[in-house]
Design a protein around this ligand. Structure first.
Ligand code: NAD
Length: 338
């Protein structure tokens, strides 16, 4: 059975995912599209060759009998309402991060899914599907460096647009570390702290950049992450896990090591889109395969809620300039770890 997919939100990543699902991956076809910009969506439908039906209202798209599953890639504040509508309709949904823009919103989705009695929601935390992070996790699970004690991370971006302001370095950027480190360490967070570094002259007016986020896990692992989104030199993701007998690091993306003109080195990616490009394919192929079997094996609504609640705690810690607790509701058995 080919999975017939409806996409809500056809901006940058919605269009990328539409092409991926329709032309590249196996077992799915895109049959319906919706966006608040209808004309642009019709133009995309035509120009891309997908030629899906364009719906004026996302509710009608969700209810359409020829739509088996949904992919939501609208802007973050619309996700909660749209995911809830999918749960209400009993249809599987892949929602790009964030699942919700508040902890309370994430919890409402968790409660709705538990009430529905069946896992329907997967959240777009694609780093869990990255080959490098998977190798790092296997190394930790093999016990090669003993127990993890500390983790040093960096999330650097050459620049961000003027509309990227305020706490977006936490809610949009650090949220990827929040999810992937929880998965990597198989642990949960209990407290957080945010420290602002000396402001770079390249950071625009509405943003303090760089910052450092400190997380403490239930097992006592300490994580520091530098978030520096006007670093100019490249899109650079670092993750070094310090264990009892060694250090295990996230592999660097492949690049040709050069010795040339009196220097040695290699290229650093500049475009964030390229860094995890393969993981989007792996993530969505797994989602298609799972959905056809009625399963959710990727990041769940609980993981999405946890990420939103942790991000919210980090924002609170930043405001209070102190260590803040990460307050998490009791996890329903429904989401028990395997
Ligand atoms: P974008 O602004 O390019 O696209 C968002 C689209 O949603 C726009 O076309 C907009 O018109 C549409 N939209 C807004 N409100 C809507 C609504 N209520 N109903 C239907 N459509 C609506 O943004 P983007 O970069 O494509 O990001 C979209 C989402 O994907 C964001 O939540 C973002 O955080 C997430 N994202 C995730 C990753 C990742 O690495 N996992 C990467 C990029 C973006």
């Amino acid at each position: 059975m080919t999975l017939r997919i409806g996409i809500i939100g056809c901006g940058a990543i919605g269009q990328d995912h539409a092409r991926r699902l329709h032309f590249k991956l196996q077992g799915a076809t895109v049959v319906a599209l919706n966006d608040i910009h209808r004309e642009a969506t019709e133009a995309f439908s035509e120009a891309s060759g997908i030629r899906a039906r364009v719906y004026e209202h996302y509710q009608d798209l969700i209810q359409a009998p020829d739509v088996d599953a949904l992919l939501i890639a609208s802007w973050g504040p619309a996700h909660e309402e749209q995911v809830l509508a999918c749960i209400d309709a009993g249809k599987p949904v892949f929602c790009e991060k964030p699942l919700a823009t508040s902890a309370a919103g994430g919890l409402r989705i968790v409660e709705a899914e538990v009430k529905a009695g069946r896992k329907l929601v997967q959240v777009g935390f694609m780093r869990r599907y990255d080959a490098g992070y998977r190798q790092l996790k296997q190394t930790l699970q093999a016990g090669t460096i003993g127990d993890a004690l500390m983790v040093h991370c960096a999330h650097r971006n050459p620049s961000v647009p003027e509309m990227y302001v305020g706490d977006m370095n936490i809610t949009d950027t650090h949220v990827h570390e929040i999810d992937v480190l929880r998965w990597l360490l198989d642990d949960d967070y209990v407290s957080c702290q945010v420290i602002e570094g000396r402001k770079s002259r390249h950071a625009h007016a509405g943003l303090h950049d760089p910052i450092m986020v400190l997380l403490e896990t239930r097992q006592g692992i300490r994580i520091d992450t530098e978030i520096f989104v006007a670093c100019r030199f490249g899109y650079d993701i670092q993750c070094h896990v310090v264990g009892e007998t060694g250090v295990a690091s996230l592999p660097e993306p492949m690049s040709v090591p050069l010795r040339s003109q009196g220097r040695q080195g290699g290229a650093i990616l500049m475009d964030w889109k390229m860094r995890f490009i393969d993981s989007y394919d792996v993530e969505l192929q797994a989602w298609i395969d799972d959905t056809r079997k009625g399963l959710v094996t990727g990041p769940t609504a609980w993981d999405g809620y946890f990420a939103s609640a942790t991000a919210e705690a980090c924002v609170e810690a930043r405001r209070s300039k102190s260590i803040a607790p990460v307050r998490i509701a009791e996890r329903p058995d429904f989401y028990a770890r395997a």
